[in-house]
Design a protein. Structure first.
Length: 509
């Protein structure tokens, strides 16, 4: 039996082992439930505080990110506005320079035409002078011959008149004079013949020279007609490559110029020009296409037939400009005037003759050099945008992973709470079973305590008679024992507290 004291009234009462264990379990179950609830509440509050802190940090990062993004957007718009203004100014200067070059070219062309006209006029004037000199010489010789003949005739007349009286005397002299006149006439005729032969030889030499030139032209035409279109194109490509290599070491140190051998997209251009700054950023890139054809070709093509393919090659290879170096349409005044801008049909595309190959590269390169600083700034801005994008992606990744971990932790926490609830339910069931067992034991104890001989013998006369006889025998034995004890207890005083005599150890002896 265990003694328990009530904390309210201070009364001490005794309980058996089963009741004590039940009370201990009851107290333990109550404390365990309180501890589990406190622990669950504390874990929930900690998770809520931690979640609120994380959400506050995320909100702060988002606010900082939005502010930084607005700032960079404003700076980028300002830089783009400045760049557009610079590009517009450069375009205006380029157009003015092109207009000046066109005016200069037209002046040079007009001067050249005037010079050619003057040379042609001088040649015609020289031919006219030669012809006039020849006619004058012929007239002079004719007049000299006629004058000589007239003089001779006058002299003959005088001689005949003077020899009229002295014919016989002067017959020999007259014959000699006639012979002399004939000789002088023959000399004049021979001189005239030599002059005519000399002029004929000059004309023949001139005709032979013209014939040689015509043969050379015919040979060149025949040789060009025998050349295939591919050979003509390769000749133009070699010309452009040689012209570039002449200035590569001095003017184009950071440039790359070579054939386009990448046909992975199904098509390719002829040459690609790329130039880079000292920092490694691309300054300018040009896709070149060289086109030529024979003069007697039956399938004449136009420059515009190649614009679409050139623009597709430029876009595929990531070039900024497209330039067609063409010998097609040789009689076209549009393409013979110089650099032709066809950007109205295809963006940043030009058509030039071979003599403008290097000036075209220089013109585009100088325009790109002026914008190199802005390209570097744009590249820096692009890198900063990439950094911001990476920061945003990192933040999004952090938020996603944090959310995933939070969901997993929440799921784990909920599962733990569910398991705790299940454990509490299980313990409550055990508690109910133990309380039911304790109640049954108490009832059994109450039934055992209420058990008596009267209840057992009620309605059973046989057992009642046996118990009565047993009680009668026990009463006789008790009376004899009482008489003996009374005799021995006469000298021993009784215990005042218990009312019985003290035990002695001599009774058995």
């Amino acid at each position: 039996m265990n003694e328990l004291k009530c904390p309210h009234c201070g009364k001490v009462f005794q309980v058996d082992e089963s009741g004590y264990d039940a009370l201990v379990r009851q107290v333990h179950d109550h404390e365990f439930d309180e501890a589990v609830r406190d622990r669950a509440e504390r874990v929930k509050s900690e998770m809520q505080v931690e979640t609120a802190q994380k959400e506050a940090q995320i909100a702060e990062l988002q606010a900082r990110l939005e502010a930084e993004r607005d700032k960079q957007t404003a700076e980028r718009e300002l830089a783009l506005a400045k760049q557009q203004e610079q590009i517009a100014q450069l375009r205006h200067e380029l157009e003015a320079q092109q207009e000046r070059q066109e005016v200069e070219k037209q002046l040079a062309l007009s001067q050249q035409q005037e010079q050619q006209a003057a040379d042609q006029q001088k040649q015609q004037q020289r031919i006219a002078e030669l012809e006039q000199a020849l006619a004058t010489e012929r007239e002079k010789q004719t007049m000299e011959r006629e004058l000589a003949l007239a003089k001779q005739q006058e002299r003959i007349a005088e001689l005949e008149h003077s020899l009229a009286s002295e014919r016989e005397k002067q017959q020999t002299q007259v014959q000699l004079a006639v012979q002399e006149v004939q000789n002088s006439a023959q000399a004049a005729a021979l001189k005239q013949r030599e002059r005519e032969i000399e002029l004929a030889e000059q004309l023949k030499a001139k005709d032979q020279l013209i014939l040689v030139r015509e043969r050379e032209i015919e040979n060149m035409r025949e040789m060009k007609s025998k050349m295939t279109v591919k050979i003509l194109g390769e000749t133009l490509e070699q010309h452009c490559e040689v012209e570039f290599n002449k200035l590569r070491a001095t003017a184009f140190r950071n440039a790359q110029f070579g054939k386009d051998n990448d046909a992975s997209e199904g098509t390719k251009g002829d040459y690609i020009y790329r130039e880079f700054t000292d920092t490694g950023a691309e300054l300018i890139s040009i896709m070149f296409e060289m086109k030529n054809e024979a003069d007697d070709s039956t399938h004449k093509k136009k420059n515009e037939d190649h614009f679409k393919k050139l623009d597709r090659d430029r876009t595929t290879k990531g070039c900024e400009y497209a330039v067609l170096v063409s010998m097609l349409e040789p009689e076209s005044d549009l393409y013979n005037q110089g650099i032709v801008d066809v950007s109205y049909a295809y963006d940043k595309m030009y058509v030039i003759r071979p003599q403008f190959f290097i000036p075209m590269i220089t013109l585009l390169r100088n325009a790109a050099l002026d914008a190199a600083q802005y390209k570097d700034e744009l590249e820096l801005q692009r890198q900063q945008n990439i950094d911001v994008s990476n920061f945003e992606s990192s933040l999004e990744d952090f938020k996603e992973k944090f959310g995933k971990n939070y969901r997993l932790a929440s799921d784990k926490f909920q599962k733990a709470i569910d398991e705790i609830d299940k454990s509490i339910d299980h313990l409550n069931k055990i508690k109910d079973n133990l309380l039911g067992s304790e109640r049954n034991l108490r009832l059994a104890n109450d039934k055992a305590e209420a058990l008596s001989v009267k209840r057992l013998t009620r309605g059973n006369p046989t057992m009642k008679a046996k118990f009565a006889a047993l009680e009668a025998g026990e009463s006789d034995d008790a009376a004899s024992e009482a008489s003996k004890s009374s005799k021995s207890a006469k000298a021993v005083p009784a215990d005042p507290e218990t009312g019985s005599a003290p035990e002695t150890g001599t009774s058995d002896e």
